[in-house]
Design a protein around this ligand. Structure first.
Ligand SMILES: [Zn+2]
Length: 333
């Protein structure tokens, strides 16, 4: 028998990444296309299916050697129905029966998963949490996604949207969030929001080496803040450290809620490496329980931007091994 593969799709607001992934997590082939969400869900999903079908045939893989297709998408989701519900970064996509559509167009069993859960599953399966049964991933990207693996299973909760730690409230009556709450973690610690905050401070007159960068480029990202902070910029250091304090606060709360063995920091902000990890660990230790010695290990993702697509394929592999063919689409109405 030739080598079996699963297909993973990571559907983001900017790009759609599709990959063929072996049973050990190795990426056999990968393509990335821009997401043009405004063209409508049916059109975009049709193109996603075309990409899957041509990736399989271009790599000379027989359909019977494809164990399934997993897709990670932004929440909120109706997982048991196989629906994308109403994601903030895919405007107009409401109750999209994506599992059913993809299954009809690819003839593959399809598993839908929250993109942050898929990334967490990748870390558990082949990434920084390999060998652990209990881990939580915080994906510090445009927003803050989170996923929890408990006893080797993705934690979903009764309403199927568990582990949304990016929307845990860290400031009573704090900054308004896109989700409608106030004071959510992602308003204080996501890369996009800390860059926005730094830009506001400079426009209000704060001194910073990022001032000329802002003038020249009109914007900068969290990586520029990390670099400026490391070079001794006081404003950048204050803003970076504050974000790390909020992330550490979230880690303490996650520790007490779920007691994971490992906490993985992933997403764009983790590119700062030890400058992120060191600060978060330092604030975590100073704020966590003093009455109990065992603590989660806080580590960086080692899968980078491929965690989502590898995890989506991992979810398809998991369903194949457990015999749960087409779990979502089978119950779609
Ligand atoms: Zn929120």
């Amino acid at each position: 028998m030739s080598r079996q593969i699963a297909v993973g799709i990571d559907l983001g607001g900017t790009n759609i990444v599709t990959a063929l992934v072996a049973d050990d997590g190795e990426i056999i082939a990968i393509v990335s296309r821009r997401t043009d969400a405004a063209r409508g869900a049916e059109c975009v999903v049709g193109e996603m299916a075309d990409t899957v079908n041509s990736l399989i045939s271009d790599n000379s893989i027989a359909l019977e050697d494809v164990v399934g297709l997993g897709i990670g998408t932004p929440g909120p989701l109706r997982l048991s129905k196989g629906y994308i519900h109403r994601p903030a970064n895919l405007p107009g996509w409401e109750n999209v029966p994506i599992c059913q559509w993809l299954q009809e167009k690819t003839q593959l069993p399809v598993q839908l998963e929250n993109d942050a859960n898929a990334a967490a599953y990748a870390e558990y399966w082949v990434g920084a949490g390999k060998g652990s049964c209990d881990l939580v991933t915080l994906t510090l990207g445009t927003g803050i996604g989170a996923g929890a693996i408990i006893d080797g299973e993705i934690l979903r909760g009764h309403f199927e949207n568990a582990a949304e730690f990016g929307h845990t409230i860290v400031e009573l009556d704090g900054r308004p969030c896109t989700c409608g709450q106030r004071g959510c973690l992602e308003q204080y610690a996501s890369p996009g929001n800390i860059a926005k905050y730094a830009i506001e401070q400079i426009r209000k007159g704060s001194e910073s080496s990022l001032g000329p960068v802002l003038k020249a480029n009109g914007a900068f990202d969290s990586q520029a803040i990390a670099e400026a902070a490391q070079a001794g910029d006081s404003l950048a250091d204050t803003i970076w450290d504050e974000a790390c304090r909020y992330i550490a606060l979230a880690c303490v709360n996650v520790q007490h809620a779920l007691n994971p063995e490992i906490l993985v920091l992933a997403g764009g902000m983790s590119k700062a490496g030890d400058f992120l990890l060191g600060r978060v660990r330092q604030h975590f230790i100073s704020r966590t329980w003093k009455i109990f010695e065992d603590k989660p290990r806080i580590v960086l993702s080692n899968l980078g931007s491929n965690a989502g697509v590898v995890g989506a394929a991992g979810v398809a592999w998991k369903a194949h091994r457990s015999g749960a063919a087409c779990l979502n689409a089978a119950t779609a109405e």
